[in-house]
Design a protein around this ligand. Structure first.
Ligand code: ADP
Ligand code: VHF
Length: 368
């Protein structure tokens, strides 16, 4: 099987300071992608820029602030971006596809699987998928909010080998190099926690037209490496660095992947779902789950936090609140209020009906 790459390019690389498209950079990016595809790589391009390009087309001189204006600008800009990609890829006889996602699409298992199947079919057809957030319909609660996170979730979805985050700086520094010229470059991160030791500062929101700055890129690297995906932050003006990184050169900032969860369903539980509640376990249940590979039974629950329904994702925590696992719960929080601390055989008396024996079955549980 050929390696799969997700390449995310930010507004800061795609546009010039006046908001117009940086056509030379985009053309270089497309040539790199076409070359890599010819070498057998499967590639997904995650492209930002809809809001920035749309705003420029509408004559706005700064990034729109209100949600409605942002969504309207994105609706204008997305079409322009896809036209440019289609024109340039067509020069290389490369068909493209537009995929617009919101977070809800990857949270729901049915649409998660549909999205996965669509990507596979596009790869089979030799089409180049170009992804963005569906900005025009995304509402706050169901939004990725930034394409760094979106690209990491897509990389996890399609089980990619690499995630490349292309931006307008050559790598991550100990602080924003624009404000702190003596900030130290960071070449390699083996564990995300090491960033705390290095006291990396990510400052504010990033460049004028970008969203999230380095903070969201680090969060994306955490999601991707947690899903077993090698991740690199590198300069968008030099897309040819991607190939050099693939050949082992220490360009950009590279993040070592963690071991990936064994199967796609467990990866979805670990990285696809947003946990909506917390279940605190007693010491016996912590041991049974962390080292014994057991399911969670009502008897092992010490306390519940948050309101959730059956089939929602929850965090399983030790007494101090540290997450030890995540899973899909078989009971709502109000049902758990009644059966927590009791034996499974008591469930029928306590609830008046017979539910599952387990609160979280081990097949639906992933250690953190
Ligand atoms: N520690 C840091 N290292 C490097 N860049 C940083 C750091 N903290 C903040 N930044 C800023 O992040 C910006 C890139 O983020 P952003 O504008 O969101 O880019 P993009 O549009 O590519 O997603 C850089 O221009 C840089 O000024
Ligand atoms: N979906 C938005 C992108 C938001 C975003 O993350 O932007 P950026 O920080 O430039 O990658 C758009 O197309 O404008």
């Amino acid at each position: 099987m050929s390696d799969t790459l997700v390449i995310k390019v930010g507004t800061s690389s795609l546009t010039r300071s006046d908001g117009r498209l940086a056509l030379a950079t985009i053309a270089a990016l497309i040539e790199t992608i076409v070359d890599l595809r010819a070498q057998g790589y499967q590639i997904v391009l995650v492209s930002s820029g809809a809001v920035g390009v749309g705003a420029a087309r509408l004559g706005m001189t700064e990034r729109p602030k209100t949600i409605a204006l942002k969504q309207a600008a994105a609706a204008v800009g997305q079409g322009i971006i896809m036209r440019v990609y289609d024109d340039l890829f067509r020069e290389h006889q490369q068909p493209v596809a537009q995929i617009l996602l919101t977070r809800g699409d990857l949270d729901r298992r049915s649409s998660y699987i549909n999205a996965y199947n669509t990507f596979q079919e596009l790869f089979r057809l030799g089409v180049m998928p170009i992804v963005n957030e569906n900005d025009t319909v995304a509402v706050d609660e169901l939004k990725f909010g930034d394409n760094d996170t979106l690209s990491a979730r897509v990389a996890s979805l399609i089980d990619a080998d690499w995630l490349f985050l292309l931006t307008d700086v050559d790598r991550l520094y100990s602080a924003d190099p624009r404000k702190f010229p003596d900030a130290q470059p960071i070449f390699q991160i083996d564990r995300i926690e090491d960033l705390t030791a290095l006291q990396v500062q990510t400052g504010g929101k990033g460049s004028e037209w970008g969203t999230g700055g380095m903070e969201t890129k680090i969060a994306a690297a955490a999601i991707a490496t947690g899903a077993g995906v090698k991740t690199a932050i590198t300069h968008g003006q030099f897309p040819q660095y991607i190939e050099r990184i693939l050949h082992g050169e220490p360009l950009g900032t590279q993040f070592t992947p963690q071991l990936r969860a064994a199967n796609a369903r467990k990866r979805w539980i670990a990285h696809g779902l947003i946990a909506v509640g917390k279940i605190y376990l007693d010491a016996g249940a912590v041991a049974a789950i962390s080292t014994g590979g057991k399911s969670l039974l009502p008897a092992g629950i010490a306390r519940i936090e948050g309101e959730f329904e059956a089939t929602d994702a929850v965090q399983l925590c030790d007494a101090s609140g540290k997450e030890i696992a995540r899973g899909i719960v078989n009971y709502s929080s109000s049902e758990l209020d009644r059966i927590q601390g009791h034996r499974s055989t008591d469930i029928i008396d306590l609830l008046g009906y017979l539910g599952e024996e387990t609160v979280v079955h081990r097949d639906n549980l992933v250690l953190s």
